[in-house]
Design a protein around this ligand. Structure first.
Ligand code: URA
Length: 236
């Protein structure tokens, strides 16, 4: 059981003081009855709460898929630069949201944003070995030996040993490759490309585990994961 003002604030309806004002003003109903007590305790999933007549669809946690654009930083808040959380539409905003893992500022594509720490851990924890799939455009062609080197586990600058990656040619003429990695070292794909003498021109993440980027999402757009997507196997 939780307090009404806390429930509404947790759902992004407003700050705690804003929602209190809404409750006192009689704008909030519980099961169709106006409720003016901010400290009314209830189990949110068992009641219909509405604000100004609009139902509040209670979700304990939010799970969001974003098609990250170039230029946004993978962080919750930064007073100087635009973050992925700043890009969320008002309907998906609430306190406590953070990106699951990091993509470089110039990397685009699939980014999960949530406020569920356990879920985030299940994706990012090195022990879980979740495959992340990238579409990498390089400045030149990989040779068979390069692909074997990356597939066996490249040694990147500073002597760090990578786990074996999966590399497939997507568009040989334009040097586009699909690269799957099971870890998240700093600038990993870029450093793997460097280890075979190449530079990454463009990098897009297309999948995390079995969760694929929705091609209908434009860069910068976000939507909630469906129940099916949220429960897809992350390890494969
Ligand atoms: N590898 C990189 O180099 N950058 C990313 O953003 C993700 C993986």
């Amino acid at each position: 059981m939780e307090r009404l003002d806390k429930i509404l604030a947790s759902q992004g309806v407003g700050t705690r003081s804003e929602v209190r004002k809404m409750i006192w003003a009689g704008r909030v109903t519980v099961d169709g009855e106006i409720c003016r007590s901010i400290d009314r305790r209830l189990e949110p999933s068992e009641h219909e709460i509405a604000v100004g007549g609009d139902p509040v669809c209670y979700r304990k946690y939010l799970y969001i898929m974003m098609n990250k654009p170039d230029g946004a930083v993978s962080a919750s808040n930064d007073s100087h630069v635009q973050t992925v959380v700043d890009l969320l539409p008002p309907s998906l905003r609430r306190k406590g949201l953070f990106p699951v893992g990091r993509l470089d500022k110039d990397t685009t594509g699939l980014l999960i944003i949530t406020d569920d720490g356990a879920f985030a851990h299940s994706v990012t924890s090195p022990g879980k070995k979740v495959f992340k799939t990238y579409r990498a455009t390089l400045d030149g062609a990989l040779t068979e030996e390069d692909i074997k080197y990356l597939s066996d586990g490249a040694v990147i600058d500073g002597g760090e040993q990578c786990l074996p990656a999966q590399v497939a040619v997507l568009d040989a003429e334009n040097f586009v490759y699909e690269i799957k990695i099971r870890e998240g070292k700093y600038h990993q794909i870029k450093r793997m490309a460097q280890s075979v003498g190449h530079r990454v021109i463009a990098l897009e993440r297309t999948a995390v585990g079995a969760l694929r980027l929705d091609s209908a999402l434009e860069r910068g757009e976000a939507r909630e994961l469906t129940e099916r997507e949220r429960t897809l196997p992350l390890t494969n």
